[in-house]
Write a protein that binds this ligand. Structure first.
Ligand SMILES: [Zn+2]
Length: 330
C-alpha cells in the first residue's frame, strides 16, 4: 500500500502515541465511539458481527483486537453466536501472533464497561489480544513500536490462507454442538398428492438445482417454533399455514458446509455447520395450497408428485427420508 508522506506521518503518530506520552490527551478531543466507527483498512477478519482488527494505539507490536459491531458494554450482552465467534477469534489471534511475530504467549485484556479514563472507548466492549514477550506486560510498560497500525493490519491480512484454515479447523475441532442453530421445514401437500419444493437460489451450502422444502433458521425464540416456521414459509412462498395443523415428522441434527465470504480478505471458504432440523407435515385438509404457483412466491417453487420427489436426485437425501415417512403415515 502506497501512502502519502502525510498519511505515513499519521501512522507514525498512532504508533508512537503511548511511548510519546500523548495518548491520554487524544481522547479529550474524540467525541464519538471509536469502536462504532471502525476503519476497514485495519480490519482483517469479520464474522457474525465480530471483527478482528489491529489496535490503532498498540501496546506492543502485533497487538490486535476483537470487537463486536454492536455497541454493547459487556461480555454478558454477547449473543451465543457472537460469543462462539469470539472464542474462535481468540484462538485465531493466538495462532496468528505466533506465526507473524514469533511469540507464543498472548494476554487477553477484556474491557468490559467501566468508568475509568474515558467513556468513548470504555462503553464499547473490546478484547485486546496482546503478544506477551515477558512478564512485565502486567505493569503496562509501553514499547517502542516497529510497526504502524497499517503495517500491522497488512502483516495479518497477508495470513489470509492461515486465517481461513484456522477458522475451518476451529469449527471442526473446537466448536461446541451445545449451541446449534434450529432450523424448521414444512412438508406442504396439495389435494393431488404433490409436495411443494423450492429451487435453491440463495443457499450457497447446496448445489443450485437442489429442491428444498420451505423452511429456514429460527430467529425469534420468544414464540413457538411453529410460529416461526409459519413466518418463514410465508416469506418464502406467500402461503399462510395453519400452525394448529402441524405435525412433527422428524427432528435430528444435520451436518452441512456453509460458504462464508470474508470481505476483508476477499476470499470465500467453507465452514462445517451443525444444526437441529425439525420437519413438520402440514395436515390442513381445508387449505387450498394448489393456489401457490411459482409466480406467487418470492423464490421459485414447484409442485412435485411425492413419489417422484422421493426418487429425485435433486432432493437432498434427508428430505427424501422425511417424505418416505409421510407416505407411510398416509
Ligand atoms: Zn460503540
Amino acid at each position: 500500500m502506497k501512502l502519502t508522506p502525510e498519511e505515513q506521518k499519521k501512522q507514525v503518530y498512532y504508533r508512537d502515541a503511548r511511548t510519546g506520552g500523548y495518548y491520554g490527551k487524544i481522547w479529550t478531543t474524540v467525541g464519538k465511539c471509536v469502536f462504532c466507527d471502525l476503519r476497514n483498512k485495519y480490519i482483517f477478519h469479520e464474522e457474525h458481527g465480530m471483527v478482528m482488527t489491529v489496535a490503532l494505539y498498540a501496546y506492543i507490536d502485533g497487538n490486535l483486537m476483537i470487537i463486536p459491531r454492536r455497541h454493547i458494554k459487556s461480555v454478558k450482552e454477547l449473543t451465543e453466536r457472537e460469543w462462539q465467534t469470539t472464542r474462535k477469534m481468540m484462538y485465531i489471534a493466538k495462532k496468528l501472533i505466533r506465526k507473524v511475530h514469533g511469540l507464543k504467549d498472548v494476554q487477553y485484556v477484556i474491557r468490559d464497561g467501566g468508568a475509568a479514563v474515558n467513556s468513548t472507548v470504555q462503553d464499547h466492549l473490546h478484547i485486546h489480544c496482546i503478544p506477551s514477550d515477558s512478564p512485565d506486560m502486567t505493569v503496562w510498560n509501553y514499547r517502542t513500536l516497529k510497526h504502524t497500525p497499517l503495517e500491522n493490519a497488512e502483516l495479518y491480512r497477508a495470513q489470509s490462507k492461515q486465517i481461513v484454515a484456522l477458522s475451518t479447523k476451529y469449527y471442526e475441532k473446537y466448536a461446541q454442538p451445545s449451541s446449534v442453530p434450529i432450523s424448521c421445514s414444512a412438508i406442504i401437500m396439495n389435494k393431488d398428492g404433490e409436495v411443494l419444493l423450492m429451487e435453491n437460489s440463495q443457499d450457497t451450502r447446496l448445489p443450485l438445482k437442489t429442491l428444498m422444502l420451505p423452511g429456514g433458521y429460527v430467529e425469534d425464540f420468544s414464540v413457538p417454533l411453529e410460529n416461526e416456521l409459519g413466518r418463514i414459509v410465508h416469506d418464502q412462498t406467500g402461503l399462510s399455514i395453519n400452525q394448529e395443523t402441524l405435525t412433527l415428522i422428524g427432528s435430528h441434527t444435520e451436518r452441512t458446509r456453509h460458504t462464508m465470504y470474508e470481505p476483508h480478505l476477499g476470499t470465500s471458504y467453507n465452514t462445517p455447520q451443525i444444526f437441529l432440523l425439525n420437519t413438520y407435515l402440514v395436515c390442513d385438509k381445508t387449505a387450498d395450497h394448489a393456489k401457490v404457483t411459482p409466480a406467487t412466491g418470492p423464490q421459485p417453487s414447484i409442485w412435485m408428485n411425492i413419489q417422484y420427489a422421493i426418487e429425485s436426485k435433486r432432493v437432498p437425501s434427508g428430505t427424501r427420508t422425511m417424505l418416505r415417512k409421510v407416505l407411510k403415515l398416509q
